[in-house]
Design a protein around this ligand. Structure first.
Ligand code: B16
Ligand code: MG
Length: 216
């Protein structure tokens, strides 16, 4: 029986993936690589530092640690500029009603995100209030597809893994949830996320009785 729901942030609560893409595309251009949306799919849920290493690998570029650190700062500064006007209007469809429904049914809620900007983004969205725990990219040693972020979230909720459902939009996140021993609801518009237990396009029309029937 599901007693806790752990939400990914980017792609589940809000769609900041497009802003990550724009800022990574500019960094990639700087190292002579034309990043496409298809490439970007593989960066979803992956930490900032690991994403840069993947892009440098695609570009065939080798940089020293100081050069990489400078690019990571540049990427994040551009990303923060792009999300400066983020507000509750940017919460994805169905999210608030779903959170209110499951919380009123006694379900504990957490965020498990690879993003170091997660607390800042939750504040901008005015969603912080809805979560009993937040685990972000600053609080883990390994990021998705490693299960650490979800294992830590379940610990903070004081729940065993098998009582937790993860909601994810990226393959790296689904793999992390699976490795943590948790059920997974995938959010996808294109029928991807083959490893998820069940997929929907968004959280509209999803409620606690659906969760308990689907993930008993
Ligand atoms: P930041 P999630 C992930 O968030 C994003 O999907 C991924 O594209 C990004 O590189 C990563 O956070 C790190 O984000 O640069 O803000 O620390 O999907 O796990 O909520
Ligand atoms: Mg995501």
């Amino acid at each position: 029986m599901i007693r806790g729901v752990i939400f990914d942030l980017d792609g589940v609560l809000t769609d900041t993936a497009v802003h990550h893409y724009q800022s990574w595309r500019r960094i990639a251009e700087g190292v002579g690589f034309a990043l496409t949306e298809k490439h970007n799919e593989q960066l979803k849920g992956v930490s900032r530092a690991d994403s840069l290493d993947i892009i440098l690998g695609w570009a065939g570029a080798t940089l020293n640690d100081a050069e990489k650190a400078a690019l990571l700062i540049e990427k994040n500064n551009h990303y923060l500029e792009l999300i400066a006007s983020l507000s509750s209007a940017d919460i994805l469809p169905g999210v608030v009603a779903f959170l209110e429904n499951i919380r009123s049914g006694g379900i504990k809620t957490a965020v498990g995100s690879s993003s170091k900007n997660a607390p800042f983004i939750l504040d901008k969205l005015q969603l912080t209030y809805y979560f009993d725990a937040v685990v972000d990219g600053n609080m883990v040693r390994q990021t998705k597809p490693d299960p650490e972020v979800f294992i830590n979230a379940a610990k903070l909720l004081a729940l065993p893994a098998e009582s937790c459902l993860v909601i994810e939009d990226a393959d790296a996140g689904v793999a992390a949830a699976r490795a943590a021993g948790m059920s997974v609801l995938g959010i996808t518009a294109h029928g991807q996320l083959a490893e998820a237990d069940f997929c929907v396009q968004n959280l509209l029309n999803i409620d606690l009785s659906f969760l308990q029937s689907q993930f008993s």
